[in-house]
Design a protein around this ligand. Structure first.
Ligand code: ADE
Ligand code: ZN
Length: 320
């Protein structure tokens, strides 16, 4: 499986901080963590829901301070992803989570993009950055980030929408997405992870997104499944994440198999691999063990990841 080229399309860079790295960064940056060692931190990786995870995820990223820290985190991810067979990666960063604690946007973007710029040379992997807006912050704050990125001239692939979903519908961000579209950026959004199918409709109809991140709750709405299938809208599904955050009870109950059988354009990704038990190869292995998927299904999932990417046609052809 790992020999099939795959594209990672749903990965939060801050969710790749391994416990050991969190302690190294804390020491380097003289930050006192509320856990005394790696085992105590790992013992907290049991989440009641998305918010419980987000609380720990935001707390741990406070160890990132300099552009060099962001570059190291990004390169460590690329190194691990290459082992997993990832040949193209479109990764998320959450600038607001860093701005809110006094880290400049330049510092974040410079660090991440310096590592991504070297991904082809160092890892044989094409890559791009998606700036993700925190939906539990204001639309004005998201607009400020977008304006900041544009002013800096940092090349990014597009924008996304993440963080606490319920109570923060896509409709809140119509103007931000309209501006990003006018700037020629690609548009994606998390929807239907914990939130209802209506949020997927809104992401499509009000934000004009090209991909839905997660989207698993589409299965509760037959008309939505028909729409997503007819339009081949990509759904970037993260099975280990859904089990960790209790969106799904057990991996064997994951709707991925039914989604494939319905003809939905699904692909498999990692979300926050250091917290949820694995990278894209681990996700592939575990779903193929838990669900009734044959080799053709795994090939379909891998190919969907490439066709759903924002890579250019030449790069896609190389990977298919
Ligand atoms: N930020 C990082 N991981 C996330 C997830 N699974 N859902 C929403 N926001 C996130
Ligand atoms: Zn995510």
């Amino acid at each position: 499986m790992t020999h099939l080229p795959v594209a990672e399309l749903h990965l939060h860079l801050e969710g790749t901080l391994e416990p050991e790295t969190i302690f190294e960064l804390a020491e380097r940056n003289k930050i006192t963590l509320p856990y005394s060692d790696v085992d105590e931190l790992k013992a907290l990786f049991e989440f009641a829901d998305l918010q419980a995870f987000l609380d720990l995820y935001y707390a741990n990223m406070s160890t990132l301070r300099t552009a060099a820290d962001f570059a190291e985190m990004t390169d460590a991810y690329l190194t691990r992803a290459a082992i997993a067979g990832v040949r193209h990666a479109e990764v998320f960063i959450d600038p607001q989570a860093h701005l809110l604690r006094g880290i400049a946007l330049e510092e974040v973007l410079e660090g991440v993009t310096s590592a991504l710029d070297a991904s082809v040379a160092n890892h044989g992997m094409s890559s791009g950055l998606i700036v993700s807006m925190l939906r539990d912050q204001s639309a004005e704050s998201a607009m400020n980030v977008l304006d900041g990125v544009i002013a800096l001239g940092t090349p990014i692939l597009g924008i996304g929408l993440d963080s606490a979903e319920v109570g923060h519908p896509p409709s809140k961000f119509v103007e931000v997405y309209a501006k990003a579209r006018a700037e020629g950026l690609h548009l994606v959004a998390h929807a239907g992870e914990e939130g209802p199918p209506e949020y997927i409709w809104e992401a499509l109809d009000l934000l004009g997104v090209e991909r839905i991140d997660h989207g698993i709750r589409c299965m509760e709405d037959e008309r939505l499944v028909e729409r997503l299938t007819a339009e081949r809208v990509p759904l970037t599904v993260c099975p280990l994440s859904n089990v960790s955050l209790k969106a799904i009870g057990r991996l064997s109950d994951h709707p991925l198999e039914s989604m494939l059988r319905r003809g939905l354009n699904v692909s498999v990704h990692s979300d926050d691999p250091s917290y949820f038990g694995g990278y894209i190869d681990d996700n592939f292995r575990e779903v193929s063990d838990a669900l009734d998927l044959d080799v053709d299904d795994l090939v379909t999932l891998a190919r969907n990841s490439v066709t759903s990417s924002f890579a250019d046609d030449v790069r896609k052809a190389e990977l298919l």
